[in-house]
Design a protein around this ligand. Sequence first.
Ligand SMILES: NC(=O)c1ccc[n+]([C@@H]2O[C@H](COP(=O)([O-])OP(=O)(O)OC[C@H]3O[C@@H](n4cnc5c(N)ncnc54)[C@H](O)[C@@H]3O)[C@@H](O)[C@H]2O)c1
Length: 246
Amino acid sequence: MLKGKRVVVTGGASGIGAAIVARCVRSGAAAVHVADVDAKGLEERLSEVKGTTKLYPKSLDLTDRTALAEWLLAADEKTGGFDVVFNNAGVMSGADTLLATPVDAMARVIDVNLMAVMIGTRIAVECMSSRGISGAIVNTASTAAFNPMPADPAYAASKAAVVSFTESCAPLAELHGIRVVAVCPGVTDTAIIPYEAAWLKPVLAAIDFLTPDEVVDVMEEMLAQSAPPSFIRVDNRAKVDRGVDH
Ligand SMILES: NC(=O)c1ccc[n+]([C@@H]2O[C@H](COP(=O)([O-])OP(=O)(O)OC[C@H]3O[C@@H](n4cnc5c(N)ncnc54)[C@H](O)[C@@H]3O)[C@@H](O)[C@H]2O)c1
């Protein structure tokens, strides 16, 4: 599915984004434009992947809308367009109650998790449609879109908005031949998880974590479909379920 493709990835220095980049390289993608605010982490991750895929790393804070737009337009120019865009980077607010969350942290959650996804989708559609590319856009949402999250309401709201935005992009398939989908993972073993947070510990104790690779498997399944659903959940399995399976 990714073989020979020109791909764009945000948040590629860690977790799910790093797994997307590694999968692209393993699959023989032609080129990957990958951005992250963590330039050192990105350099380290890219040094770990080996293949013939041309890698274009970019140090970028997605809250800088102008820089985000310029990066995408430059990527389009550099590889004569792109076929698949993963709007993947995300942050949590870092607090554990609404009242403990600084307004700036809420705004950053919305800027990274929602605004960058909407801008990335809009510019990708513009670039793809102007070149007649029937591409695909994968937005990383979360099961937090559906499950209330009192410890981080801004995060849950940002992910619900990503699902809603993505659903509203469905007509782009008919208009431009561009599929826009949201993948909504449950708890995945990455750096974003505040493992020591008291509010999260009971949840973490009750479930098996997903791996970043399992999430990327689902993303690839969505890309393989000619008419995918607007969003898909990738739920955690409850630890007690294991007894039933075996
Ligand atoms: N890990 C989970 O349990 C889980 C569950 C559901 C959804 N998600 C979503 O998956 C996506 C990837 O997260 P992850 O779990 O791999 O976490 P992660 O922390 O390992 O990776 C997130 C990456 O995004 C980058 N990033 C953050 N802010 C940025 C900014 N302003 N500009 C550029 N890059 C920025 C980080 O530097 C990091 O490399 C996020 O959208 C997250 O909300 C994660």
